[in-house]
Design a protein. Structure first.
Length: 445
């Protein structure tokens, strides 16, 4: 396949299915585009009308190892020939092997155990259950700008009100919110590194003014906030959170659902910060598109629930597990961590060049191949440019590039390229992004 747009978008075949979708699919089920996928390989996606897109969205972070990696496809075929699922009546070899592999590769020198589930949200739900059972406490602290999923506890932990939470009250009780280290929009109007980490001091104040630390079971945080706008905190913030947890007997849960599996240039983003979380939630790119998630953590913590107190019918399915094992092997064999670092370097340099050209780009940030630009109407006031963000994304699709927005103000363009992307595809995708920004801002190319 080669990148190409040969019809109007959406094309006639996609439009035909869109009519069926409007008739039968729940309105609340959203898609980023109106094109219907037909085939995907590496960093390219072809729709039913033959249009081929460069994928800078990566399935919202599920395709770090690329679309349809041959190793994963082969592992799935072999597993299907054996059996699809036993419903956990029998032990499954792939479940046990993937658990052992995850315990080996996640940060932490202590003994670990693993629960496998279906998705990221389900991993978060179970991490909270495990934390509450282990500590005997009920309170959970989450960060502003966080995203942890759409099931009820995960949605409660999520920070963004619309579209995720506004219509679904009441939410889960005993969940508290503290500031994240969103340095570009510091709520204290401070500037890092001379800020004194007011965001951490604020949490300590909450322990006095709002809730007692001895009632808190866990603090959950994404090492890099994904949906919140690819916010990379200072190292001192995350290590400071962990120190606060250790001081008060609180568990630290690292949500690595979007940051895991080589996205940031290490197997897990926690490694950049020297973190050894008590619990880690994983999903997305672990399965290369297959539903699989998990909770990995200190053995004594994960073992707190008794038999059958946690679990799920389809969680840790053989197909998801063999896909996960193949993905991890591919990351190791093909050096995807190193590729993520290289891709991230290329993107950062090019995005910073765009920032010099376009006043609309207020901030360029990211870690490894998890990169984003935040768009503002004015660099002094930092007023979010949400409408322009949507317009640029729409223009990118028309030119054959898939990108996504993020951020609590819907003004961040995030890039999650598959780490197997070819150089010409990467450079062409960045060209399209620049062309789209130029088009919307009225700059001649």
């Amino acid at each position: 396949m080669k990148p190409q747009i040969i019809t109007e978008l959406p094309g006639p075949k996609s439009k035909e299915l869109l009519e069926l979708k409007e008739r039968y699919v729940a309105r609340g089920y959203g898609n980023a585009s109106s094109m219907v996928a037909d085939q995907a390989e590496g960093a390219l996606v072809k729709d039913l009308d033959g249009n081929v897109f460069i994928d800078f969205a990566g399935g919202i972070g599920i395709q770090n190892s690329g679309h349809c990696p041959p190793e994963v496809v082969q592992a799935l075929k072999e597993q299907i020939d054996r059996y699809i699922h036993t419903g956990h009546i029998f032990l499954m070899e792939s479940y046990i092997k993937l658990a052992a592999c995850l315990a080996e590769i996640t940060p932490g020198t202590f003994p670990k155990k693993v629960l496998l589930v279906n998705s990221g949200a389900e991993a978060v739900e179970n991490a909270v259950k495990i934390a509450r059972k282990y500590t005997g406490r009920t309170g959970i602290v989450a960060l502003e700008c966080a995203f942890h999923g759409r099931t009820y506890m995960a949605m409660t932990l999520t920070s963004k009100v619309k579209p995720y939470k506004a219509a679904f009250n009441p939410l889960c009780p005993d969940v508290y919110r503290t500031y994240s280290a969103y340095c570009y929009r510091c709520p204290f109007n401070s500037t890092y590194p001379g800020c004194g980490m007011h965001c951490l001091e604020h949490l300590k104040r909450l322990f006095v003014a709002e809730f007692a630390p001895e009632n808190i079971a866990a603090i959950i945080a994404e090492p890099v906030q994904g949906e919140g706008g690819f916010i990379v905190p200072p190292r001192e913030f995350l290590t400071g959170l962990k120190e606060i947890c250790d001081q008060h007997g609180i568990l630290f849960i690292a949500d690595e659902i979007q940051t895991g599996f080589a996205r940031t240039g290490k197997m897990f983003a926690s490694e950049h910060f020297g973190l050894e979380p008590h619990l880690i939630t994983v999903a997305k790119s672990l399965g290369a598109g297959l539903p699989i998630g998990g909770v990995v953590g200190q053995a004594e913590v994960v073992d707190a629930p008794e038999k059958s107190e946690i679990g799920t019918t389809f969680g840790g399915s053989p197909l998801g597990c063999v896909a996960g094992l193949a993905v991890i092997e591919k990351i190791r064999r093909d050096g995807l961590n190193e590729k993520a670092q290289r891709i991230g370097g290329i993107m950062r340099e090019r995005l910073q060049q765009m920032q010099e050209r376009f006043a609309l780009i207020g901030d360029v940030r990211g870690l490894g191949a998890m990169m984003a630009i935040e768009l503002v109407k004015d660099r002094q006031t930092r007023e979010p440019a949400a409408a322009e963000t949507s317009q640029i994304i729409a223009a990118c699709y028309q030119k054959g590039l898939t990108v996504l927005k993020a951020g609590i103000y819907d003004n961040v363009i995030r890039i999650l390229v598959p780490l197997v992307i070819k150089d010409d595809e990467l450079y062409r995708g960045l060209e399209i992004l620049e062309e789209a920004i130029a088009e919307i801002t009225g700059h001649a190319q």
